[in-house]
Ligand binder design. Sequence first.
Ligand code: TYD
Length: 206
Amino acid sequence: MSRRRGLFITLEGPEGAGKSTQARRLAGWLRRRGRKVLLTREPGGTPIGMKLRRILLDKRSGNLDPLVELCLYEAARGELLRRVIRPALAAGKVVVLDRFQDSTWVYQGYAGAVDRKLVERLGTVVLAGCEPDLTLLLDLPVRRGLARVRRPNRFEAKPLRFHETVRRGYLFLSRRFPRRIRRIAADRSLQEVQDAIQREVERFLR
Ligand code: TYD
């Protein structure tokens, strides 16, 4: 396995927190500072990952069996890690990833139907030590986030209480891993959130 030299940053949070926009802005800011950056997202980021994404987010997939759903997310993750993320880290790049294993722990475990210990065990196998260095948790009241969603996917269409549990799950994780996970209040303007993210990343780089 290649030795790791880059920096691995993930963005997490409930629906409509603005992760994708902030991931793009963070990547742009890092590039302007002379860093080589790989920006990608989950599920997706590889041809097979994109096919799995379509299955996972399509409302016509209906009620996927929870264990099958977990395996599909981990399959997409395994592909992305092996083909894209590990090589980028080995080449010294900063990887900015929109959603990762914390999403699975929260959506399939804490708010979902799969035993959390099983989610953790499978995650340990798939990640094989490739943990994020820093996770930015974009947090905001669930109703505020859902109000920003235009065409809801299979998850966004779930009832409010599911999303409340997702938010609680993330806050629980941020207390469990306070060094890795930094909570960023996301119910502010794009610029304010971007500034807060840059401050966290700068602090981390120092
Ligand atoms: P997202 O990229 O936020 O969707 P969009 O492009 O519509 O904003 O996330 C995809 C969805 O997949 C999101 O609703 C959360 C869900 N998800 C899981 O349930 N488990 C996972 O492991 C991941 C990565 C995502």
